[in-house]
Design a protein around this ligand. Sequence first.
Ligand code: ZN
Length: 114
Amino acid sequence: MELEITIRKRASAFAAEVAALVKQSIAEQVARAVGASKPATRPAKATGARVARAKPYSPKGRKLRLPPHCIAPNCTKPYVGGSKRSFTCDQHFKASKVEKRKWLAAWRETKVKG
Ligand SMILES: [Zn+2]
């Protein structure tokens, strides 16, 4: 009988402990969820709007930037015909489409950097 009683006592104590732990963990999770969601959403929206406003697309900076000369590497001849002929001189206009595309891609990269 005594053993049964001690077991029951311990079992009830254990149950109470588990219940307390569960309550605590739930409270922590709720606090974390509430605490994490509030600062994460509000400043993110605010900074996003600020960033969008900080970089206005000014018409002054919208210059059409063209290559200074033929886009072929190590060629300083002026190009003929502009974009119609991929900004190549008479000599390099005969180059293959693949090569011209490569040159154009290289030119675009320098455009982004500068
Ligand atoms: Zn050329």
